[in-house]
Each structure stands twice: as structure tokens, then as C-alpha cells.
Design a binder for this molecule. Structure first.
Ligand code: ADP
Length: 289
């Protein structure tokens, strides 16, 4: 729904310039990110963005079924976005809707340019996104989580992507629209970017914006997405630092146990394989078609 009959409804931005949830126009909702959320998936991530609660799981690269879908020169990336029946106010029908098929496709298109699919000919990389609770902007939050889950699975990639919707609400450009702003606002523009490369991988628009408004909206989206990207980086760094600590890469020194006793010389733990780190480097850069 766009902004029709908005005058008769309570405003989405109050006289102090604050939104229904108390945010300023350029303020993101609180975000929580976690990786390694599911133990059975090859890689997984969980995101909370406002009231959105979304899990992304990655399986692969693995053998592709049905085989006739196999591509001789690259892996097939499949994305499956689904909303749980209890994820919205009114029970959602369990059968996948056209919207879910469309969002699966746009998430795939937002992720694909950053992956080195030619490294895995004939294989499949499957990404499952499950929305447990939806609160507007779920395709962007899902893409942010899916990118992290791919990194967690160790799939080589050019860069992480992160998403955030921008839009127009009560005549003002705002970032990270909530459910009510999405439904009752004037325009909703989901954006996904790879901030480290300055590349845009998804841009959609529902509603109307002037070209000046769109320019402003994209600038605000870029700033917001950079913040989300920093959070992605920090959750990856924190998790891999923890793994490194757990497998004990550092030299362990044993303190003297009692007075007068001489300290033992430092003991070195036997070397263990380093954890598989996701790669975002240009080292894997493959030739474009
Ligand atoms: P996005 O979640 O990417 O913004 P939409 O603009 O299509 O995608 O949906 C906006 C919001 O509308 C969703 O995040 C969700 O909160 C709500 N919504 C989507 N589908 C349903 C549904 N079947 N019933 C109730 N609410 C829904």
C-alpha cells in the first residue's frame, strides 16, 4: 500500500521529526548478527533487525540434484526464501507465494555477482532463508544474513554484501523502513551493496520518488549499509578469533606452581590446521565472461 489517505491516519513522523518507533530518519533499527547459528549446515547466520528474526543456512558446494540442472562451467546457486506461517500477524499460508519466489530470485541475484561460482563446476550451493518473524525490509536483512552464512561456509567470495531498505514516509526520506512504514509509506527502495567494492547488486522500487529524492535515498542507503557491513566484519572477526583461541594457535606458557620452584620452559602446542577462513581477497579473481 502506498501513502493514499495518509492524512486521515496518525502520522508516521511526529512534529519532532521522529518516527513511530522513535528513530530519526537516518537511524537503523537495532541489529544483532550471529554466525555458526546452526550446527548441521555448512554455514549459517542469524539476524535480528528491529523485529525481523531471520535464519540463513548454506549447504554446499555439493552434488547437484536433479543432475540435468548442472552447469558444466560453474556451480548453480539456489536460494530459497520462505516465511514461517507464524512470522506475520495473520497466519500466512504455508504454500510458497509468488512474493516468496520473487524474493528468492532477487536475493540470489544480489549474492551471485560476489561469488566465484566457476570454482565449482556442476555443483550446487544452496541457501535457505527462513523468516521467523517479519517486520519490513526482510529481503535486505535476509541478504545480509545469507552473505554472512556463505562466508561462514567458507565459500570464496569477492566481498560481503549487505542490504537496507530506504524510502519515503510522510514526505521524508528515511532508512530501514519498519513494517508499518513499508505498508503505509509513499515509497520503499530495497538496496543491496558490496561496500568494499562500491558495487550495487540489488535496487528495487515500490512507489514514486523524484530523481533528487532517489539520489538522497541512495546516499542514505550507502551510509546505512556501510554500518551493517562493519557489523558483519566484526562478527566474522570475533568468531574466527574465538576459534583460533579454542584450537590454541598461541604458545602456552606455564606459570611457576610454587615458591622456589623454577618455571618450566614455555611449551608449544603441536601445530594444528588453521581454521578455514572465508576469503574476500582479489586472489581468486576469475576472468569475466
Ligand atoms: P520486504 O520484507 O522485503 O520489505 P515486502 O515489501 O513484500 O518485502 O513486505 C513488507 C512486509 O510486509 C514484510 O516484511 C512483512 O512484515 C509484511 N508481509 C509480507 N507478507 C505478508 C503476509 N502474507 N501477511 C502479512 N504481512 C506480510
Amino acid at each position: 500500500m502506498t501513502g493514499k489517505n495518509r492524512q486521515e491516519k496518525s502520522p508516521l513522523i511526529d512534529k519532532n521529526g521522529l518516527r513511530t518507533d522513535g528513530r530519526r530518519p537516518d537511524e537503523l533499527r537495532p541489529i544483532r548478527l550471529e554466525i555458526g547459528y546452526l550446527s548441521r549446515a555448512d554455514g549459517s547466520a542469524y539476524i535480528e533487525q528491529g523485529k525481523n528474526k531471520i535464519v540463513a543456512a548454506v549447504y554446499g558446494p555439493r552434488e547437484l540434484h536433479p543432475r540435468h540442472l548442472a552447469q558444466s562451467d560453474r556451480a548453480l546457486l539456489r536460494v530459497n526464501y520462505r516465511m514461517a506461517t507464524f512470522s506475520v500477524q495473520e497466519r500466512k499460508k504455508p504454500a510458497p507465494s509468488r512474493r516468496e519466489y520473487e524474493i528468492s530470485m532477487v536475493i540470489r541475484q544480489a549474492l551471485e555477482p560476489m561469488l566465484f561460482l566457476k570454482m565449482y563446476p556442476r555443483a550446487a550451493i544452496d541457501v535457505f532463508v527462513q523468516v521467523l518473524q517479519a517486520d519490513g525490509g526482510s529481503r535486505c536483512a535476509s541478504t545480509t544474513a545469507a552473505s554472512l552464512a556463505l562466508a561462514d561456509a567458507g565459500i570464496p567470495m569477492r566481498a560481503l554484501v549487505a542490504g537496507c531498505a530506504v524510502g519515503k514516509v510522510d514526505g521524508q526520506i528515511v532508512v530501514d523502513l519498519s513494517d508499518i512504514e513499508d505498508k503505509e509509506g509513499d515509497a520503499d527502495v530495497p538496496v543491496v551493496m558490496a561496500p568494499s567494492r562500491g558495487e550495487l547488486t540489488l535496487l528495487q522500487m515500490d512507489g514514486k520518488l523524484t530523481s533528487a529524492e532517489l539520489t538522497k535515498a541512495l546516499e542514505m542507503a550507502e551510509t546505512a549499509i556501510k554500518k551493517i557491513y562493519d557489523m558483519q566484519q566484526s562478527v566474522l572477526q570475533k568468531t574466527f578469533a574465538q576459534i583460533r583461541e579454542e584450537i590454541g594457535e598461541e604458545t602456552e606458557t606455564v606459570p611457576p606452581s610454587a615458591e622456589g620452584e623454577e618455571a618450566e620452559p614455555p611449551r608449544r602446542r603441536p601445530p594444528r590446521p588453521a581454521p578455514v577462513k572465508p576469503s574476500f581477497s582479489e586472489d581468486f579473481e576469475e576472468e569475466d565472461d
